[in-house]
Design a protein. Structure first.
Length: 457
C-alpha cells in the first residue's frame, strides 16, 4: 500500500469535479457526439459492441501510431486502453505492418492450414507448457471451446466459475458477471444470475458460482454436486473488477481440489496471456492448468484466439468426440501477425521494458497517493496495472462493490481530458505497449497527481 495514513474523499468534491470534467469532455468532442447520434439510427446504442457505450459518450477513433491514438475531433492520447488489452505491440508496429502486408499479397484467406499455424502453436506450447493447440478468433470462442472440450473429456455438464469474472459472451459463462446486490445471493454461496435476458434458465442452472480466493466455498460447491462438475474456469488474476490477485497458494489449492473430484482446471488467460509474463499467469504464478484460453495480445492487433491443453484432454478433438471448428481459425493474416508478435516483438527485452514502465507508474502513483493521504492503492503486473480506489486489498467481487465507482469515473475523465485514453468503466485497468515510453507513462502519473491535488482542495 502507498501509505498507512488515509482520509476519506468528500463526496461533494467528487461530484463537483465530475460535472466540470464532463463539460470539458463534451466540448472537446463535438464530432464524436455527431457520429454517435447518427450511429444510433443504424446501430443499437450507437456502437458495434455494448462495452463501447460509456458515459458521458463514446469516443470515435480515427487512427493510431505507436503509443498514441487520435480521435475524430483531432484529440491526441497516449493509449492506456490499447483495445481492452489487445495492442501490447502498439499501433501500426512496423514489423506487424510488414508481416501483414507480405501475407495479404499472397492471399488473405483459404480456410486451409498454413505453415505459420505450426510455428505459432509451437511457440504457445513453449510459453504455456501445453502441448496441443487449436486456434479461434476471440476470447469468447476460446473459453467456449475450452468448456466444450472439458465437458467432452469428463462426460459431465456442470461448470464452476468465479463470481464477477467475465469469460466472453456465450451462454454457459455469462452468469453472475456483474450480479446486482439484491440478486447475488449470500457471500459464501453466490446465486447463479444471468448477465442479460436471452440466456436460457436451464443453461444458467448448470453453472455454479463461487467467490474468488475462497477454497472452502469451492469445496462446498463440489460437495453439493458430486460427480457432476466438468471444469472450474478461473481468471488466475481477476481483471474484470480492477485487478484482483490470487492469495498465496490459492491456485495450487484449487487445482488439487479440482483433480480430487475428477474435473479439469481451465485458466482464462485472455487478459493475462503474454501481458503479465511471457507465459502469462501460468508462468507468473507457477501453476499449470489442464486447459488455457488465450486471445487479445497474442494476435498483434488482429482478431485471434487459441485454446491449448494436455495431450489427453485435447485428444477429444483428435478422436472426433468434440467438434472444434471455425472458418477463420488459423487465418493467414492473423497467424502472420501472431508469429511476428510472439517471435520478434514480445521478447525478453520487451518484458524488461514493461517492468521499467511499471516501476515508474508504481512509484509516481504511490507518491501522489501517500502525499494526499488518499484511500487508494496501485497494482502493476508488467504490461497490465491499475489504481484501486480502496485502501484495503480487494480479494473478491464483494470487496469490489465497496469501492466508490465515482472516483474511477472521475479519474477516467481526468485522463481523457489530459491526453491519456483509458478503458471505460470502474475497472481502471491499463495495458501498456512495447512502444510506450517513460514520458508516456509519466503523463498518466502527472494527470493522476493533478486529480489527487484537486480532490484535497
Amino acid at each position: 500500500m502507498a501509505t498507512t495514513k488515509t482520509r476519506e474523499v468528500p463526496t461533494g468534491r467528487v461530484s463537483d469535479l465530475i460535472a466540470a470534467e464532463e463539460d470539458r469532455f463534451r466540448q472537446a468532442r463535438p464530432r464524436s457526439h455527431q457520429l454517435w447520434t447518427e450511429a444510433r439510427e443504424a446501430l443499437p446504442r450507437g456502437v458495434p459492441s455494448s462495452f463501447q457505450d460509456a458515459a458521458p459518450q463514446p469516443i470515435f477513433m480515427d487512427r493510431g501510431k505507436g503509443s498514441r491514438v487520435w480521435d475524430v475531433d483531432g484529440n491526441e492520447y497516449v493509449d492506456f486502453h490499447n483495445g481492452f488489452g489487445v495492442m501490447v505491440v502498439g499501433h501500426a508496429h512496423p514489423k506487424i505492418v510488414e508481416a501483414v502486408r507480405r501475407r495479404i499479397e499472397l492471399g488473405s484467406h483459404f480456410a486451409q492450414p498454413v505453415e505459420d499455424d505450426i510455428v505459432v502453436a509451437r511457440e504457445l506450447a513453449r510459453r504455456f507448457g501445453q502441448p496441443r493447440w487449436r486456434f479461434t478468433n476471440s476470447g469468447t470462442e476460446s473459453t467456449l471451446d475450452a468448456v466444450r472440450i472439458a465437458r467432452g473429456f469428463t462426460g459431465r455438464d456442470r461448470l464452476i466459475k468465479i463470481e464477477a469474472s467475465y469469460h466472453g459472451h456465450h451462454d454457459a459463462l455469462m452468469v453472475s458477471v456483474e450480479p446486482p446486490p439484491d440478486r447475488m445471493g449470500p457471500p459464501d454461496q453466490p446465486a447463479s444470475f444471468p448477465q442479460s435476458e436471452g440466456i436460457p434458465r436451464a443453461v444458467v442452472e448448470l453453472t455454479t458460482v463461487v467467490p474468488f480466493n475462497d477454497v472452502p466455498a469451492l469445496e462446498r460447491a463440489f460437495a453439493a454436486h458430486p460427480g457432476e462438475v466438468a471444469a472450474v474456469i478461473v481468471e488466475p488474476a481477476m481483471m474484470n473488477v480492477g485487478i484482483v490477485l490470487p492469495d498465496t497458494g490459492y491456485l495450487d489449492k484449487i487445482k488439487d481440489l479440482v483433480h480430487k473430484h475428477g474435473a479439469l482446471l481451465i485458466f482464462d488467460e485472455v487478459k493475462t496471456g503474454v501481458t503479465i509474463a511471457p507465459g502469462g499467469a501460468t508462468e507468473r504464478f507457477h501453476v499449470a492448468p489442464d486447459l488455457v484460453a488465450l486471445a487479445k495480445a497474442i494476435g498483434g492487433g488482429l482478431p485471434c484466439g487459441a485454446v491449448g491443453g494436455r495431450d489427453d484432454v485435447m485428444g477429444v478433438i483428435e478422436e472426433k468426440r468434440v467438434a472444434q471448428m471455425g472458418t477463420f481459425n488459423g487465418n493467414p493474416l492473423t497467424m502472420a501477425a501472431s508469429k511476428t508478435t510472439l517471435l520478434e516483438i514480445l521478447d525478453a527485452k520487451a518484458y524488461a521494458h514493461f517492468d521499467a514502465l511499471a516501476e515508474t507508474l508504481q512509484g509516481g502513483l504511490d507518491e501522489a497517493i501517500g502525499h494526499h493521504e488518499l484511500p487508494f492503492h496501485v497494482i502493476t503486473l508488467a504490461a497490465r496495472g491499475g489504481v484501486t480506489y480502496r485502501a484495503q486489498r480487494v480479494r473478491n467481487y464483494r470487496d469490489y462493490l465497496e469501492i466508490d465507482k465515482t472516483l474511477s469515473y472521475l479519474s477516467w475523465l481526468y485522463q481523457s481530458n489530459r491526453g491519456v485514453l483509458m478503458a471505460p468503466g470502474a475497472e481502471e485497468n491499463w495495458t501498456l505497449s512495447v512502444q510506450h515510453s517513460v514520458d508516456d507513462v509519466q503523463r498518466y502519473v502527472d494527470n493522476f497527481t493533478e486529480m489527487a491535488r484537486d480532490l484535497r482542495q
